[in-house]
Design a protein around this ligand. Structure first.
Ligand SMILES: [Mg+2]
Length: 163
């Protein structure tokens, strides 16, 4: 486990999609645990620290919404982003009421996904460390960086209590 990286738990029953997204996220410095079932996600989250979970809505076994609820119950600071295919936006919206940070429609634009991950992680750091939005923006400004990667690195430093 790399303490300088942001930890993503990726849950999707489409294994090809899962593998390609894992690889792409790893090239952007995320540490990714990929599993193809909600049940496995719940177990994986008990074994390894997770900052953000990306959860597919439709899966065999327990679905995305049930996975979301189980993860949230056990991991207070984990942020969860729901991935949804066509025609299930309503249930994805429902998930944000159950505590999901956001939802994304598949196939998702990779840069858009990175932006959502960045903001989800920012919220996690703010909530966990009880930092208000204004102070957080000042802390981020101090890093003088604009790229998502630098901002994420800075957030990770704040989350870990310093560089
Ligand atoms: Mg699916």
């Amino acid at each position: 486990m790399n303490k300088k990286k942001i930890h993503i738990l990726f849950v999707d029953d489409e294994v090809q999609f899962l593998d390609s997204m894992k690889k792409r996220l790893e090239t952007r410095d995320f540490e990714v645990v990929a599993v193809d079932r909600g049940e496995k996600a719940i177990i994986a989250a008990r074994q390894t620290p997770v900052d953000i979970a990306l959860v597919d809505l439709k899966m065999p076994g327990i679905n995305g919404e049930e996975t979301l609820k189980a993860l949230k119950k056990e991991h207070q600071w984990m942020e969860i982003v729901i991935l949804t295919g066509h025609g299930s936006v309503d249930s994805a919206v429902e998930c944000t009421r159950s505590g999901a940070y956001s939802y994304l429609q598949k196939p998702c634009d990779f840069e858009n996904l990175l932006e959502v991950l960045k903001n989800a992680y920012k919220r996690k750091v703010m909530n966990k460390n009880q930092i208000e939005e204004k102070r957080m923006n000042e802390m981020l400004k101090a890093s003088q960086s604009t790229s998502a990667r630098d901002i994420l690195r800075r957030l990770k430093e704040i989350d870990s209590g310093g560089p």
